[in-house]
Design a protein around this ligand. Structure first.
Ligand SMILES: Nc1ncnc2c1ncn2[C@@H]1O[C@H](COP(=O)(O)OP(=O)(O)OP(=O)(O)O)[C@@H](O)[C@H]1O
Ligand SMILES: [Mg+2]
Length: 160
């Protein structure tokens, strides 16, 4: 598993990372966003949505999923924070929320057992470092060869 660590000095950098990941992800990619409360998971989703011209994102705290249509590629945004009872997760058909024709970003993926997520996925672990944040990005499965980690790191380079 290849991984990189990227420092994110401000929310704009978190959004830029989300944009970068969205632009490099093939349709069907699942992106698991881990990290404590306030780590920047929703901020990263905002950047992904902006990059795919999906407009502004609302955090789906009170619903499980938001789907953004009208975007360059469908974005499915799941937030499992409120599903605290493991039995509720077991009953949930996660595949119903995963967009085959777009990207799926998941906050609080650890609410579900790890084996419930597809093998081909990106994991982003966000950590608080003082006022700033740090992201560790790991590619799994086919994405390890499909996406160059160096391309993800180059946050400020224009994509062609
Ligand atoms: N790199 C960064 N440096 C400093 N602040 C940041 C950074 N990225 C995001 N933030 C800020 O952190 C705060 C929390 O961000 P956000 O809501 O995205 O967190 P979250 O991980 O989704 O939290 P929750 O677990 O509650 O859903 C926001 O005010 C956001 O602007
Ligand atoms: Mg959030």
């Amino acid at each position: 598993m290849g991984h990189i660590t990227i420092s994110l000095p401000d929310p704009e950098a978190t959004r830029a990372l989300g944009a970068r990941i969205a632009q490099l992800s093939p349709p069907g990619t699942v992106i698991l966003l881990s990290g404590p409360l306030g780590a920047g998971k929703t901020t990263l989703v905002e950047g992904a949505a902006q990059a795919l011209h999906a407009g502004r994102t609302a955090s789906p705290t009170f619903v499980i999923a938001h789907s953004y249509t009208g975007a360059a590629m469908r974005i499915s945004h799941l937030d499992l924070y409120r599903i605290e009872d493991p039995r509720d997760i077991e009953d949930l058909d996660l595949s119903a929320y995963i967009a085959a024709d777009g990207i799926t970003l998941v906050e609080w993926p650890e609410r579900a057992a790890a084996e419930r997520w597809p093998e081909d996925r990106i994991e982003v672990d966000l950590r608080l470092t003082g006022e700033a944040r740090e992201a560790r990005v790991t590619m799994f499965g086919a994405l390890e060869t499909a996406i160059a980690l160096a391309d993800i790191r180059a946050l400020s380079d224009p994509l062609v």
